[in-house]
Design a protein around this ligand. Structure first.
Ligand SMILES: [Zn+2]
Length: 478
């Protein structure tokens, strides 16, 4: 469904406001919805989103988005709010904030941004919705007025997001009006998010003017939309001249500064285009931009060309173009990783493994390298070496579900059933899927190939998980 994530999402395209200040919901509303409850609500929604086909998991692109988001969030939050930034594969230009500090960014937004500061301006706006407690206030209000349980709220928010036209959640819960307005920010919220977002953008060192530039470009796009079939959010939340003028007034007080785009921004955009367009289209796009010298970054265009050639299985040409990329590109982990990926895809296993080992020496903390190296080792049935690489990494990133999943697969290849299910269970626990985690731990206990100490460790972990499960069930009853 093309507009699946439009509904809650688009609030950065809100409108100007006339009234001053925000509705004060008072102590009662605040206390009826604690930060911990809000986070658990966000976690519940995230479980559904992580299972969605549009949830875009690419270690390189996600790490970039997280770094950009955290740089901004560190300027906007007081440290008490956790943030998690993630990508959704969606062509529309959008970003959205969920309860609990979860912020989704559409791949279409990354591709439409003509500079890193433009991308940052939209993310800063979403962060401001979180730091100004807009979402928490709306959810608290919903919860008070409708006496919905957190579980029902989670389902309603998701249903509203998934199906904006029908708002099926309204039917399901018989609370049409309440659900329809769920997480629908007011004009005051939008104006405040623009104002606070601008401060965040400026203090994080981005070019604050990009916010107005980007909004103006979207406004032009909106006008085109209005002739045809506009997505509902563009119809109901037009970017007004007042809103843009408001931003421009604030900008007049700021000093001009030129902020160059990072190489990461350029490479990630090229990668997204190379991976998400059809490979032939992507190859054509990068070939043309290189031939006409029409690009923001030559290195990134060459990177994109090599990436699309790998997808097209044109390995000889990919290698040739990679040499050209090497000549112009700065030293960068994404470039090194792409070089190893060519060998891996072309079936030159030994070369590729050596390439990954070398690259890991230069970039030991680079997630994509560890994943791809371990994945290749598993493909050629070398679980010992894979486990070695994974456990080294687990020391520094013990919260990474993907590492536990890879570990589980390596143990499975070794025929170690206890260890396999324990690792898989841990992966589910880190993903917030407590019930699946409990199930895996129970299978581990029955596996029959564990010693007394291993069994007691899993018993203890099961106790913790059951407590978490109990908490979730309580939320659902309330
Ligand atoms: Zn907004």
């Amino acid at each position: 469904m093309p507009y699946r994530y439009f509904w809650v999402a688009l609030f950065f395209i809100g409108c100007c406001a006339l009234a001053e200040g925000l509705p004060d919901l008072g102590e009662a509303a605040q206390s009826s919805f604690s930060a911990a409850e809000e986070r658990r609500l966000g976690e519940q929604i995230m479980q559904e989103i992580r299972a969605d086909r549009a949830f875009y998991e690419d270690a390189e692109a996600t790490d970039y988005i997280r770094a950009l988001g955290n740089r901004l969030a560190s300027r906007g939050a007081d440290g008490r709010q956790d943030f998690e930034f993630f990508l959704m594969q969606d062509r529309s230009i959008n970003a959205f904030a969920l309860p609990g500090g979860f912020i989704g960014i559409h791949t279409g937004l990354v591709l439409a941004a003509q500079s890193e500061s433009e991308l940052a301006s939209v993310v800063a706006h979403e962060i401001a919705h979180v730091t100004q407690r807009h979402i928490a206030r709306i959810v608290a209000q919903q919860k008070q007025s409708t006496v919905m349980s957190l579980a029902a709220l989670a389902v309603a928010i998701l249903a509203a997001r998934a199906n904006p036209e029908i708002a099926s959640a309204a039917t399901a819960f018989g609370q049409a009006g309440a659900v329809q307005n769920l997480l629908n920010f007011t004009r005051d919220h939008e104006r405040e998010a623009d104002r606070v977002g601008l401060q965040i953008l400026e203090s994080a060192g981005y070019d604050a003017r990009s916010m107005a530039v980007f909004f103006e470009r979207m406004q032009r796009a909106t006008r085109i939309y209005e002739i045809g079939s506009a997505p509902s959010y563009l119809r109901t939340h037009p970017l007004t001249y007042e809103r843009i003028a408001d931003i421009q007034n604030r900008l007049e007080r700021l000093k001009y500064r030129q902020v160059p785009d990072s190489a990461d921004f350029q490479f990630v955009r090229a990668k997204l285009r190379a991976e998400l367009d059809s490979p032939a289209q992507a190859r054509e796009f990068f070939e043309e931009s290189l031939a006409e010298r029409r690009y923001l970054s030559e290195s990134a265009s060459r990177y994109g060309l090599v990436s699309s050639l790998v997808r097209l299985k044109e390995y000889d040409r990919a290698r040739k173009e990679f040499s050209a990329l090497r000549r112009v590109a700065p030293k960068h982990a994404m470039v090194e990783t792409l070089g190893c990926r060519i060998g891996s895809a072309a079936g030159q296993t030994e070369n590729a493994l050596a390439c990954y080992r070398d690259a890991l020496k230069a970039y030991p903390d680079y997630r994509a390298l560890t994943y791809e190296y371990a994945e290749l080792l598993l493909q050629v049935s070398r679980p010992d070496a894979a486990l070695n690489a994974i456990s080294q990494k687990l020391h520094s990133s013990g919260d990474d579900p993907k590492l536990y999943l890879l570990q589980g697969r390596a143990y499975a290849l070794q025929g170690k059933r206890f260890a396999q299910h324990r690792s898989t269970g841990e992966a589910y626990a880190k993903l917030g899927n407590v019930r699946a985690a409990i199930e895996q731990m129970q299978i581990a206990l029955r596996s029959g190939d564990a010693d007394f100490y291993q069994l007691s460790a899993v018993e203890a972990r099961l106790k913790e998980l059951r407590r978490m499960d109990e908490l979730q069930r309580r939320d659902q009853r309330r």
